[in-house]
Design a protein around this ligand. Sequence first.
Ligand code: PEP
Length: 251
Amino acid sequence: MASERRFFVGGNWKMNGTKKSVDEIIAFLTKEPLPADIDVVVSPPALYVPYVRDKLPKGIGVAAQNCYKETKGAFTGEISAEMIKDVGAEWVILGHSERRHKFGETDELIGEKVGHALNSGLKVIACIGELLSEREAGKTEEVIFKQMKFIADHVGGNWSSVVIAYEPVWAIGTGKTATPEQAQQVHVQLREWLKKNVSVDVAIQTRILYGGSVNAGNAADLGRQGDVDGFLVGGASLKPDFVTIIKAGHA
Ligand code: PEP
């Protein structure tokens, strides 16, 4: 990890949790102080966001897993960025591959959501990543650059409120992690893209996380790559291993 970018570890709980298991996660996250130089953000299901925000110390950020592109209105089942802010959470994950591929969210909609969330004062973990078929067809760059463009077009001057999560879809929830070299290679390409299409400063300062079956065993090797600035962790963020993964930022 480059020293000028603070290591960032996000935990995406997905649609998991009960009042009891949420309390267990809060207990292992607060058992001992987490490293002060690492940003940690957890993302419970929306119903638990206010509870988790109230229980965790302010040093740990809380993210919703999604939100809509409007402030309020006739959008049954949706939540707004303004509501997330209203209950005290600071972040939202947008463009997660499960939203893209299980719920049909388009690049265009994700871009609009990113713009609205940022303009509402939320910080955004913006996810991108290619399918296995796209990687095998040699289309990784084309796919992720297109996803980046739809996001970047809506960020405006808010880049300091954005982290990018590169999550190859074939690695999410599959136990099949990208090698540190594969992750580093794509992160370098993304940083180059930012340099060419946004600015040198944004390319240097924006955190690019890796996500896809990160666990306590592989986190340190991944985190040592110069352009891997942290992780977005799914399954392993529900377990005490998450604390080991956070500490991998010091490996
Ligand atoms: C995720 O949900 O963003 C993710 C990377 O999941 P997992 O760590 O379980 O692969």
